[in-house]
Design a protein around this ligand. Structure first.
Ligand SMILES: [Zn+2]
Length: 88
């Protein structure tokens, strides 16, 4: 994961990096600059924003569980879907 130590440097994620941090984001496991960077990316990037909507819909569909309660297969499926989308 990228360093957030510089303080004033505004962190930005690429779409590829966002995939790697999205579950940590949902788990509230990111530091604050990274959390903000994720939200900024989702707000600015239609592609990832749309995916993230689906991600949350899926989470709700499995019982409104917090992400850390998702089963590993469910998480893996969501991550795989995101990764596959990026490879197109
Ligand atoms: Zn994106």
């Amino acid at each position: 994961m990228a360093e957030g130590k510089a303080g004033n440097v505004v962190k930005r994620f690429t779409c590829g990096e966002l995939v790697e941090v999205i579950t940590a984001y949902l788990d509230h496991a990111l530091d604050e600059p990274s959390q903000v960077a994720v939200e900024t990316h989702l707000a600015c990037c239609d592609d990832c924003g749309h995916y993230f909507d689906q991600f949350r819909t899926t989470i709700r569909a499995v019982g409104d569980a917090p992400p850390e309660k998702l089963s590993a297969p469910t998480r893996d499926r969501l991550m795989a879907a995101f990764r596959n989308r990026r490879q197109n």
